[in-house]
Design a protein around this ligand. Structure first.
Ligand SMILES: [Zn+2]
Length: 95
């Protein structure tokens, strides 16, 4: 759905060596879910609108925030992986 290009257009950094996996989606599920849930609770407590109002408000907001923020979240995770030189865990056999 949302993929990195093969390499950086400016410096040629190979994006293929990074693997952010589903990390960005997992973070967004938690963050967007918390924000939307809080807003829905506040709206319900304050105005008590019919259920259809909640559907009209929160479904598009959730989808929109996720689609817009996924791009930034994946970029942020790739940048953090690069900056911290993060790699898969390895077992070192020392003696
Ligand atoms: Zn670059």
């Amino acid at each position: 759905m949302l993929r990195f290009s093969d390499r950086c257009a400016r410096c040629g950094l190979d994006y293929g060596s990074f693997n952010v996996g589903d990390g960005a989606a997992a973070f967004l599920i938690l963050i967007v879910g918390a924000v939307v849930s809080l807003l829905a609770i506040l709206v319900e407590l304050r105005w008590e609108p019919p259920l259809v109002v909640h559907l009209i408000l929160w479904l598009p907001l959730t989808l929109g925030l996720t689609v817009v923020l996924l791009r930034f979240a994946k970029g942020l995770l790739l940048a953090l992986e690069f900056r911290n030189a993060a790699r898969e865990g390895r077992i070192v056999k020392g003696d």
